[in-house]
Design a protein around this ligand. Structure first.
Ligand code: F0G
Length: 351
């Protein structure tokens, strides 16, 4: 039987991890690259578009790629506790891997605005959840300070092993397509993921000549420090995963866009939510709002005439599952209410 043993087993030789690393895995990664021809038609046609559906990772987001590496390293050096600041997905992922490793896990979340599925995950996996009267950026400052002072392992993407683990998605894309795509579109929050993709593509290109994509990073307009060129004190967006005003790896994100001859742009919350529904209703792929930002950015650029899509092979990273944030869908739900009779049903659906 051919078994899949997780990312460190498949790609560990390509990752810069210390010898003491002791693998902790939930068989993360190996996510599908799904063609989305219906979306291509709606965007004008003439190119190939694939969704890398990262919501199919064990805890429902791409964070599991980085977390298998970071928690494995922490366990190997005998850490007893991990900590992170999080808009939700990192928290759930850290909590799950820490549970599996037998480590204590503490997560700091910003006031309000953490999607229900993420918070529930962190609690279910046994994390100690602490809400900060402040933003994600405030929480991140706090966890950096405490880990500089006490022997607790930081598992935010400032941790280099998170980046190592997250490079594996670039490897998978090249392995599936045979080469790198022409363009890669993805949401940008704290900017760890865009940094990891660019590092992964460059490494694969050096080792295997797989080519390099242009990178289109997409922020939400109310939380777009990398587009504005300065930090945002009070970031706002419906895409709460990327509600971040001071990205820790902002410089590297700008370098990735620049070196790849790509760019970082911002899209409105309306564009993000419209794309979320388009993707679910045209292609059957439900992602959380932040995860639709990459595609919303692509659509925006094509519509604005800023992007020559013709003949291109494009991959959009959909970072987290729609079930992470059910409220965004159901908040305006007004179900049709009927008496329990056939007549009422016929009158309603056959009218
Ligand atoms: N998409 C989703 C679903 C996310 O949860 C995040 C980040 C991003 C995109 C952006 O990735 O930060 O590497 O640029 N979520 C972090 C968290 C901040 O705490 O879960 P990034």
């Amino acid at each position: 039987m051919k078994t899949y043993n997780g990312l460190l087993s498949r790609y560990g030789r390509l990752l810069d991890l210390p010898k003491h690393t002791r693998p902790v895995t939930l068989l993360e990664g190996d996510t599908p690259l799904i063609p989305v021809p219906g979306l291509v038609r709606l965007m004008g046609g003439g190119f190939d578009l694939y969704v890398k559906y990262e919501g199919l990772n064990p805890t429902g987001s791409f964070k599991d790629r980085g977390m298998t590496a970071a928690v494995s390293e922490a366990l190997g050096r005998d850490a007893k506790a991990v900590i992170c600041a999080s808009t939700g997905n990192t928290a759930a992922s850290a909590a799950a891997y820490a549970a599996r490793a037998g480590l204590r896990c503490i997560v700091l979340i910003p006031e309000g605005k953490v999607a229900a599925g993420k918070l529930a995950g962190a609690v279910a996996y046994g994390a100690e959840v602490i809400q900060i009267e402040g933003s994600f950026d405030d929480a991140l400052t706090m966890v950096v300070k405490i880990t500089n002072k006490h022997p607790i392992c930081l598992v935010n993407s400032i941790n280099p092993y998170r980046i190592e683990g997250q490079k594996t998605s670039a490897f998978e894309i090249c392995d599936t397509l045979g080469t790198a795509p022409d363009w890669l579109c993805l949401p940008v929050g704290n900017a760890g993921n865009i940094t990891a993709y660019w590092a992964g593509f460059r490494q694969y290109h050096q080792e295997q000549g797989s080519g390099l994509p242009h990178i289109l990073g997409v922020q939400a307009a109310g939380s777009a420090p990398l587009v504005l060129g300065h930090p945002v004190e009070k970031p706002e967006t419906v895409a709460t995963a990327i509600r971040i005003g001071k990205p820790a790896r902002g410089e590297q994100a700008l370098a990735a866009a620049d070196e790849s001859n790509g760019r970082i742009i911002a899209v409105s919350d309306d564009d993000i939510l419209n794309m979320q529904l388009l993707l679910s209703q045209v292609e059957g792929i439900w992602v959380e709002p932040a995860s639709a930002a990459g595609l919303a950015g692509l659509q925006h650029e094509i519509a604005a005439g800023n992007f020559e899509a013709h003949g291109q092979r494009i991959v959009a990273i959909c970072t987290g599952h729609g079930m992470k944030d059910p409220d965004i869908i159901t908040r305006n739900l007004k179900p049709t209410v009927l008496p329990p009779t056939l007549e009422a049903l016929e009158a309603t659906i056959l009218e």
